[in-house]
Each structure stands twice: as C-alpha cells, then as structure tokens.
Design a protein around this ligand. Sequence first.
Ligand code: IMP
Length: 441
Amino acid sequence: MSINIAVLGAQWGDEGKGKIVDMLTPHFAAVARYQGGHNAGHTVYVQGKKFVLHLIPSGILHPGVTCIIGNGVVVDPQALFKEIDELAAMGVAVDGRLVISEKAHVILPYHRELDVLSEARRGERKIGTTSRGIGPAYEDKIGRRGIRVCDLLGDPAALAEEVRENVSARNRIIRDSTLEWQPLLEQILAYGERMRPWVGDVSLLLARMMREGRRVMFEGAQATLLDIDHGTYPFVTSSNASAGGVCTGLGVPPRAIGGVLGVAKAYTTRVGEGPLPTELSGELADRLREGGQEYGASTGRPRRCGWFDAVVVRYSARINGLDALALTKLDVLDGLPDVRLCTGYRTSQGTITEFPADLRTLAAATPVYETLPGWSAPSKGATRLEQLPAEARRYIARLEEVSGVECAIISTGSDRAETIVTPGSVVAGWLGGPHVAAGRT
Ligand code: IMP
C-alpha cells in the first residue's frame, strides 16, 4: 500500500524529528517541508558526521530522494545557499533533488531587522524568537505584500515596484533608517538567478508522484504547541506546524495524508518564552539539559526542561489525529530514581485534563503528577523492546495510556541504529511498503 505520512512535533519542538525523518526516509521517494523556515534546526548524525539542516529536508542525506520546500515555507535565500554550500562541502549534492515552490515567500534582510526590533519593543513580553525574520515574512504574506519566489524570476519592473514599496514601508517603521531599494533589488534578482534551477510547481510534482504510487513524507518543523492557531499563542511561531499545515503548505488534498506520526520526547523541553507547566529547575533540570544536550540547534540557546506532559501530547493527538508516537531520548531518563508523568493541571477552576486556550490559566496551573519508579540499567542503545529495563517499559506503557497514543518508535540514543520499532505497531505496517531509496551518502 502506498501511504504518505506526516511526521511532526507533538510538544514545543526539538523532539528529534530529524532523526525520525532520517530513519524513515529510505521508505519514501520524497520528503516535503510544509511550513516554517530556517528557524528550524534538524540535527542528524550519519556515520559519525554531524549534519545540521535548517531549511532543506533531512531526506537530502539519502541519495535518490527528492526534497521539497513547499509554498507554506518562508525561504531566506542567503540561508538556503549557505546550507547548500555546506552540504556540497560534505559531499552531498542537491542538484536534481531539490525543488522549491514558486509560491514560497521570501525572507529579506529587512524581515530580520523587523524581527529584532519587534522583540526589543515588546521588552519583557518578548516571544523569544530565533531572530530569523520568520514572523515579519509571514506578516507580509498575510498582509498581501510579500514577495514570492516566482516574483524573483518574473518581470523585473514589477518586482522593482514591490521592493520599492516594501522598503519605503519598512523605512517608515524603523526610524532614521534609509535602506535603499535599488541595491536590494539587484541582490534579490541575483538570488532568483541562483535559485532558478530548483524552482518548480510543488503541488503538481507531488500529485504526479502520488499518482504513480511513489510515497511522500510530509516533514513538520517546530511543533503543535508552537502552531500559530493551536499553540500557546502568542508564544508561538507564525505558521501552522500541525497537520492542517500539510494541505495549505504544499497544495495537497487532505486525503493524501495516510498517516500521522507525532514525535515527542520522553520528557518536555521548550526554547523561548511562554508557559511550560512541567518546567523543572535546579539539579534535575541541569541533569536533563546536559544528558539530552538540550541547546538550540539554530541559536544555541539552553532549552527549558520538564517532565513529560500527557495533557499536551493528548491535545496534540487530537489536533493532528496522531496514529502513533515516536518517543525520543528515553535514554536521557536512565539512572533517575523516579520519573514523573503529568496527567492534569490544578487550576483555580479545579483540576483540568484538557489543554486550556487562556495562557493565564496555563501559566498559573500546577501539574498533577503520577510518579513511577526509575531504572538504573541503561535503556541507551536498545534496539528491541525486551532490551529495555522493566521499569522503562512500565513508564512507556503508562505514558501511552495517559496520552492515548501508542509508541510505535522508541529512540534510545542519537544514532539512527539506537531505535526500536514496536512490532505490530502502525509504523511497522507503514514500513512494510516498498523501499524506494536504499543506501546513503
Ligand atoms: P520564530 O519562529 O523565530 O518567530 O520564534 C517563535 C517561537 O518559536 C520562539 O519561542 C522560538 O524559540 C520557537 N521556535 C522556532 N523554531 C523553533 C524550533 O525549531 N525549535 C524550537 N522552538 C522553535
């Protein structure tokens, strides 16, 4: 059966989607990003080499796999070229395998400035963005004044008018700024020329591939709790990171999505501002941060760490229709005397088990925990369920019960080999399909 699947974050990002996408890629003909930009950072280890991908789907590390950047993504040409050059230096060629939607919006230098300025103006209420210009680029898109990839390749006179108008609007926002539009136009036209060979009609390409029975993986960036509609607004990113974004961000129909895999850490992390009900401090937080190397792949910022929050993951399961979870970084919990699962929140209105919309409720919520025994034997490196300590298996079983989703993949280390695919799980079924791209760089 030819099933296309979406792989997306079920928490606040950095769940280890890169590793999961990388290990599943040999079963797919294409990997397609549907939202976000180079605010994402997917770290993948291949034969001891570390690759950090921001914009290009991690499928690029597998020869023969087509990598697609959808219309829902915002593309910074400079960041794109840097990534392409870095991949080339490590022996990975993108030519003939990278397709960028002609409808994708472009991040320009003034978007980055506006991002930094907007954060500075918010002061204490800042979002903690990655300063990559993501929000302002999406603002221009929704405000119907954005510049798309196809504009860089079209009529230069029409582009000149757009650039002039956008630069003068921006100069009105940034006081004392005198950005000149002509040099920017020249720069943008040069970007367009370099991008030209990779630009195409992504929706058409995907429709053809799917008609031919070639399987596609839809790759999410950021995560459900950072989704502009369903996340912890306003402490979110500016795109639809949840499953709904697949259709709008690639031009594929809902029925094209045959399965949805949510990626969740065995604990919780968040980078940037906003409430995190299970957040820990002190020694335990440090232990998780060091054990899990919880530092942002894009910005290097230390991540905030806390216990697994089943309210969050159950909410993600509902929003995305998760068929299964890929549970990552289980090994980071190795050696703890006990482990905790958050099953509800105590609030002024009593105990709640559904994720609240109002951030004040969330910020004031006290987690309700279940405490389970930890495990002293390592889970690290396990490739079969039987190799896991009994207490780790009990933790997973209870986590599945309270989250309402099965763990079809369990990751026990950063290497691709350190993974368990649960026999008989929905993912085991998906992987029964044809292998389209064996081998790797
Ligand atoms: P922006 O996407 O740069 O506008 O940042 C908005 C929020 O999303 C901030 O809290 C960021 O820390 C967070 N964010 C953006 N990209 C990622 C990511 O890849 N992982 C985790 N958090 C992210």
